[in-house]
Design a protein around this ligand. Structure first.
Ligand SMILES: [Zn+2]
Length: 303
């Protein structure tokens, strides 16, 4: 049954294995509980389900990439992005429409203000995030030749609650640069960086490519109750905070585009070390992503 009350559907279902191929249904909570009460009272219930699903096979979709060319080191890249796709139950307003819009807004405003960053800033609206971060994986493949020149990749994907810092994903050496980049907006803080690797959004492929990567850590606001649910709609977005988050994200982005870089891309052994010495392995297993790392299909290869 849906874990959400008031007739709302929530998509997390009962599959216990990734290779499950049986159709699954979710019943909205109130009716499911009523059915349960009736069954417990000894009534016999029939279930009729009409499933309106078409499977038309594989299809192609795209990331949206826009860039502001660097004025001094245009061949070096800062990536900042949010994902464009969402689960179909709601409109995906907090996950992740609001932050996709924020990326467009930041890009427009930088353009309008004539901001000239040292390095190239790439704004990316990722696709296929909800299917397993496929768009960001695709980006690391398409731009394989540029990976050594990616300085940092930042993702915003936890709704419209206040950004209270960034996950530095096991890259302790990024903690200080993040703080330095956020200095111009310190009035919107305080900001605390958490140096723990997190899996579940578009930083993942950058992390296993050994590239410095950040994820905005955000206050819960109403993200959780509406996460992947029918109720993730526009009225749940905190528009005022979203504007403040835009300022924070813009400061982070320009800060990294202009600062001196002291960190380097990690090699495969260093990424493996991170996987083996944090809870990263457990998280990767949760998403069933380890086989592709192990066989070199995904992530930095030994070179
Ligand atoms: Zn998301």
């Amino acid at each position: 049954m849906s874990s959400r009350p008031q007739g709302l559907l929530y998509r997390h279902n009962a599959a216990r294995q990734f290779d499950n191929d049986k159709p699954m249904l979710i019943m909205e909570r109130e009716h499911a509980k009523r059915a349960l009460r009736l069954i417990r009272a000894g009534k016999k219930l029939d279930l009729t389900a009409k499933i309106d699903v078409r499977d038309s096979g594989a299809y192609e979709s795209y990331n949206v990439v826009g860039e502001i060319k660097g004025s001094m080191q245009p061949e070096e890249f800062i990536v900042v992005g949010a994902h464009l796709d969402s689960w179909g139950l709601g409109t995906g307003a907090n996950d992740n429409g609001c932050n996709a819009v924020m990326m467009i807004d930041i890009a427009r405003q930088m353009q309008k203000l004539g901001v000239k960053p040292r390095r190239t800033i790439r704004f990316v609206l990722w696709n296929g995030e909800e299917q397993g971060m496929i768009g960001s994986w695709g980006y690391t493949q398409t731009h394989a030749g540029e990976m050594n020149r990616h300085v940092v990749a930042a993702t915003v994907d936890i709704g419209s609650g206040r950004i209270n810092g960034f996950f530095t994903n096991g890259r302790e050496e990024l903690t200080q640069p993040v703080a330095a980049a956020l200095k111009p907006v310190e009035g919107l803080g305080p900001f605390t960086q958490i140096n723990a690797p997190i899996v579940g959004t578009d930083n993942y492929d950058f992390m296993i490519q050994g590239i410095g990567n950040l994820v905005a850590n955000q206050e819960a606001y109403n993200y959780g109750p509406n996460y992947h649910a029918e109720s993730d709609t526009f009225d749940k977005v905190d528009l005022r905070q979203l504007r403040l988050n835009a300022a924070i994200t813009a400061a982070l982005t320009t800060g990294f585009a202009n600062m001196d870089v002291t960190w380097q891309r990690q090699n495969r052994a260093q990424v493996q070390h991170l996987i083996d010495n944090t809870d990263l392995r457990a998280q990767i297993d949760m998403f069933n992503l380890y086989p592709d790392w192990e066989n070199g299909r995904r992530g930095r290869t030994a070179d």
